[in-house]
Write a protein that binds this ligand. Sequence first.
Ligand code: OAD
Length: 239
Amino acid sequence: MSGRSTERHVVVLTGAGISAEAGLATFRDAGGLWEGHRPEAVATPGAWARDPEMVWRFYQQRRAGLLAVEPTVAHRALAEFERTAAANGIGFDLISQNVDDLHVRAGSQPISMHGQLFELECERCGSRVVDREHVDPAVFVPCSACGLERLRPAVVWFGEVPRHLERIEQAVLKATEFVCCGTSGAVYPAAGLVAAARGRGARCWMQALEPPDNLDPLDRFVPGNATEALPAILEELLR
Ligand code: OAD
């Protein structure tokens, strides 16, 4: 095993854009989720407390929509890259802001910093369940452990702390190459990870339709669809 290869560590951060071609709307592009629904109106603990029916309807539509789509070439390329990188002694971490499970279905094990749509959790007893069956927008799912009448989506809402921040910090500290794919760089702390990696000397690629808010002149910006651009970046990383 060569000394150089064991020192390399590739970190990929994905956002809604990597799932756009699967058919899932992004948050901030034209036609994005938040156009019809202001984010602060649906994705906050306060909204859930004030109007749980509206918030539940919104998330149940997202959950039902997710059942109807499949991972794309971009999701599968990341899973394949992870296997090839491991075989070549290159470290790898996939961090995702996405609450869809398309990375998992493609064969990756992402660090899901904003939670998962198919998980529900109980605000009273803390139990968490995987639920792909109950997607009726008008029917709450009760807690089978303690009987509370409605579980909440196990996603991180505005004002809540993202998950796995210690693991994410460890990944960023190790990064020699950092790739952002399909994220506008508008929501922190996720948007700050690339700056932390860059500050430690990592080479950075930014892949999206438009230059992201957190693009730096030193970064390689690769415009275009993730299904074409991401596999090309990953191939370059293996050359
Ligand atoms: P955004 O909707 O903010 O940004 C989507 C990004 O994807 C933009 O940079 C687009 O240019 C890019 N994009 C769109 N289609 C693409 C395609 N086919 N190929 C490649 N890129 C494409 O989504 P996020 O950055 O993921 O947080 O949003 C970050 C967070 O804001 C979300 O995780 C969510 C939201 O509020 C929480 O819910 C806590």
